[in-house]
Design a protein around this ligand. Structure first.
Ligand SMILES: Cc1cc2nc3c(=O)[nH]c(=O)nc-3n(C[C@H](O)[C@H](O)[C@H](O)COP(=O)(O)OP(=O)(O)OC[C@H]3O[C@@H](n4cnc5c(N)ncnc54)[C@H](O)[C@@H]3O)c2cc1C
Length: 468
């Protein structure tokens, strides 16, 4: 039986990063993945394919709606070749997954393809696709089995008409009318893809706002912009039934007044969140305990109740984000090596890759109010930036929340072009506990979208933004 210092179950961004860091630190490492490609949800059916389709559909929308304004004329009709668009997305996915396999080989990490299940706390049975089972032994085991789409108990996902994000990434036709249940990140991103490609898109959300959990000002602005893009929203609506009849999907929801409203479309995307995935692990044999919500219970070191077994990523508490899983992968590897790593969960940024992009880090206004912290707000609109006018990306703003007494930046919330990349400045500033004044005194290249950060910081420091 082959023995390892560490064996990792699951090859998503949490698992594969843990494997690389363990190998870098000199541990004999194995990774077990049930699918034939590495990379988990993120690379196969999550972050990467969704961003590939967002990019393709954005190009199409630009060509149809904005090229003319730029003085670019395309003779004839601009058409979508959905099959090609999906094939390009798949090529990006395949290349990225192959990149992870390359990294495993480069770091001399043994890759096992098969379903990993606990024999006991130090042995894992790997059921391979050819039906054979191999058992390996490991001093330490990391569970990185991720998550799967959640569903509402009364919805039957036929995966043809009533679909999850996984199917939405490989549709064979553009829906005529896509009904999206859930106004969170995944529903809005994929809804926007198909809206740009020509579908009618209706979002039904249980809460009274979209992207719940993010700062309320971001929710309001994104709602406003997406309504301008002609996405229909039904907030405070409770879905009661979803039924597929041939090529039609009928969704019945109850509004705030208790009245039933019927929506008819040809596809329904159920995007009501994700749940931790531990099926098939035979977790009982390891002795590891789960929380009531199905996540694996861990302490501050991401260690389970069994001292040599750790868990990380979507399968444990916290934001279900690839970069959070990656940080935890490095963290556990360094803990195993006897180091003292640290993760500041307050500084894990959240991003929505719609256009305009939404990005945030730190505390929201709602959280500061609830905690009784006195804060000041500095906000700067994108439309006041030369760069935004040049590219015609005028929607959105940057908002900085700083402590009223000390001026320390407590939260940064932004919506606009390229915010997914710009949020890194806010994370860096907050990591070094910058004040709003610190940011306001840093030179920001002109003309850039980043100038909005400086201006918002000026507004927060002394209400002295320069360009409004
Ligand atoms: C449509 C969509 C878009 C997203 N976009 C973003 C984004 O833009 N940015 C972002 O940060 N996050 C995004 N996410 C979330 C992100 O994908 C997850 O947070 C991330 O993948 C979690 O990583 P993980 O390593 O914990 O688990 P996963 O990536 O889920 O990987 C777990 C792996 O474990 C394997 N596995 C499970 N059980 C076993 C077993 N018993 N034996 C062997 N293998 C097993 C699974 O097959 C899987 O490959 C998106 C998700 C979706 C669905």
């Amino acid at each position: 039986m082959t023995q390892y210092d560490v064996a990792i179950i699951g090859s998503g961004p949490g698992g594969y990063v843990a494997a690389i860091r363990c190998a870098q630190l000199g541990m004999k490492t194995a990774i077990i993945e049930k699918y034939s490609t590495l990379g988990g949800t993120c690379l196969n059916v999550g972050c990467i394919p969704s961003k590939a389709l967002l990019d393709s559909s954005h190009h199409y929308e630009d060509a149809v709606k904005h090229f003319e304004d730029h003085g670019i004329e395309i003779p004839g009709e601009i058409k979508i070749n959905l099959e090609k668009m999906i094939a390009r997305k798949q090529a990006v996915v395949d290349q990225t997954c192959a990149g992870v396999k390359f990294l495993m080989d480069k770091n001399k990490i043994e890759v096992y393809e098969g379903i990993g299940s606990f024999k006991d706390a130090t042995h894992i049975n790997i059921k391979k696709n050819d039906g054979k089972t191999e058992t390996i032994e490991a001093k330490n085991i990391i569970i990185a089995t991720g998550s799967k789409p959640s569903n509402l108990p009364f919805i039957k996902l036929d995966k043809e008409r009533v679909i999850t994000s996984t199917e939405a990434l490989k549709l064979k036709e553009i829906p005529k009318h896509l009904i999206v249940i859930g106004g969170g990140v995944i529903g809005l991103e994929l809804g926007q893809v198909y809206k740009r490609l020509g579908a009618e898109v209706t979002v039904i959300e249980y809460m009274d706002r979209i992207i719940p959990g993010m700062d309320g000002a971001l929710s309001k602005e994104l709602l406003k912009v997406m309504k301008k893009q002609k996405v229909k929203f039904n907030l405070s609506h409770k879905v009661k039934s979803v039924e597929a009849k041939g090529k039609e999907v009928i969704v019945i929801a109850e509004d705030k007044k208790g009245e039933e409203i019927t929506f008819k479309g040809d596809y329904c995307l159920v995007s009501v969140g994700r749940k931790p995935y531990t099926d098939g692990l035979n977790i009982e044999a390891s002795g590891v305990k789960l929380e009531k919500n199905g996540t694996i219970a861990v302490n501050d070191h991401l260690q389970t109740n069994i001292s040599n077994i750790y868990a990380l990523g979507d399968v444990v508490r916290g934001a279900m984000l690839a970069h959070k899983a990656e940080e935890e992968g490095t963290f556990v590897a360094e803990i195993l090596a006897g180091q003292k790593p640290h993760i500041d969960y307050n500084l894990i940024p959240g991003v929505v890759y719609t256009w305009p992009e939404v990005a945030a880090v730190g505390k929201t206004e709602e959280e500061l109010t609830e905690a009784g912290v006195s804060y000041k707000v500095g906000q700067f609109p994108m439309r006041a930036l030369g760069r935004a006018r040049a590219s015609m990306d005028l929607d959105g703003f940057v908002k900085i929340l700083a402590d009223k007494e000390t001026d320390e930046v407590l939260g940064v919330h932004m919506i606009g072009a390229r915010m997914a990349d710009l949020i890194a400045e806010a994370v860096t500033a907050m990591e070094f506990r910058a004040s709003a004044e610190d940011i306001s005194r840093m030179s920001h290249a002109h003309p850039t979208f980043a100038e909005a950060v400086k201006e918002a910081a000026l507004a927060a420091t002394d209400n002295r933004a320069l360009h409004v």
